[in-house]
Design a protein around this ligand. Sequence first.
Ligand SMILES: Nc1nc2c(ncn2[C@@H]2O[C@H](COP(=O)(O)OP(=O)(O)OP(=O)(O)O)[C@@H](O)[C@H]2O)c(=O)[nH]1
Ligand SMILES: [Mg+2]
Length: 441
Amino acid sequence: MLDSLKSGLRAAIKKIVSSGAVDEALIKELAKDVQRALLQSDVNVKFVFEITKNLEERSLKETPPPGLSRKDHIVKILYDELAKLLGAEDEFSFKPGITNKVLMLGIQGSGKTTITAKLAKFLTKQGYRVAVIGADTYRPGALTQLRTMCEKANAEVYGEESNKDSPDIVKNGLKHFEGQNFDVIIIDTAGRHKEEKELLEEMTRISKVANPDLALLVIDGTIGQQCYNQAEAFHKTVPVGGIIITKLDSSAKGGGALAAAAATGAKIMYIGTGERIDDLEKFSPTRFVGRLLGMGDIQALLDMAKRLETEGNEERLKRITHGKMNMEDFYFQIDEATKAGGLRNILENMPGMSGMVKEDQLEQQEERMEKWRYIIQSMTKEEKADPDLINASRVKRLARGSGWPEHEVKELLKAYKNSKSMMKASKGRQLQGMLRKMGLG
Ligand SMILES: Nc1nc2c(ncn2[C@@H]2O[C@H](COP(=O)(O)OP(=O)(O)OP(=O)(O)O)[C@@H](O)[C@H]2O)c(=O)[nH]1
Ligand SMILES: [Mg+2]
């Protein structure tokens, strides 16, 4: 998926990471590389320039937060700017106590019928009562296709084989389902390729009858740049409340996804990743961009950067880097580094960090953390503030209190002392340095 964009962006990042010092020329070069990669993947020119302009300006102006190197910070900015375009994650907000009407929009073959069935199943599984209306009077066998697919979702389909008046079918369908306490009614519509004007007019008429609570635009992820105009045209006709991109399992260019989101201001909510009824994924902008940049889910790194940015932690980092770390600071450090579920993945893929963290080491570290958590909990306030107080008899007490043997307590104290003195020596500004000093590298 998204191969050319992926390789273009990754090459750009690699250049940054493998360069010597970061200077203006290098940042400008990065912006150019990113520009080229995005344009080649059919992202709309306007957005390409917006992204790269922000990337350049922010990279030159902003100081990296404590814990992130300049290079990592630039990568984070690139990530931010791409994710910003896609918006935050969006979820259905169906109103309780009423029947929410969802109108599907999209051109021929975009995947409306498939998505209708996928959503019917997905929402039913979430506990919603879902019904479907088939209002495609163009495609031969449209209703049969819809019924066959919706059978797998156990959703009732209303349709009229011989009626050619789609707004009329919608009206009759809504009447048919009235009073049956459905939470959601999904209306599958026709798509026509060439006669866009007629299609949009038909959607206007259906929309008047249906008065939808949500119009979902279904876009074929393989079509690239055309996405923008298509999305814009639909949005002008019936305001689009959410976007679903289909066929992202094939060799989609993916830039179109960015473009469609930008054209309507609506969020991409779900993606179709195959022809089977369960091939529906919730769309996550962070994961999408993370995948693009080859960093797995970058969210954990961002969360950490955010945590490190907060004031309290700055104090803490000052203490740590000045060799004044106490036991709680020590614990905080390892905890940050070992929020490994997400971090593991990120560190592996993070520019400049790949190969640094080995799987079994992380696992060992997680186990050790678990023990240390108990031991530290058994310490008094004074001991936490000044671990040097912990003499042989206190070690015995801590071992008893935590349920771990004495040598584990001693190992914790040794790791703490090591870390403290090495931090002091290195002034450990960088996360990378931090991890290595703690024995993770
Ligand atoms: N690989 C893949 N194929 C898909 C996906 N979604 C839909 N398709 C296929 O794309 C084709 C068109 O899908 P439909 O759901 O019929 O599209 P539509 O928008 O209802 O088409 P019209 O009714 O003609 O407007 C079908 O062959 C689907 O199996 C997907 O996520 N991945
Ligand atoms: Mg269809």
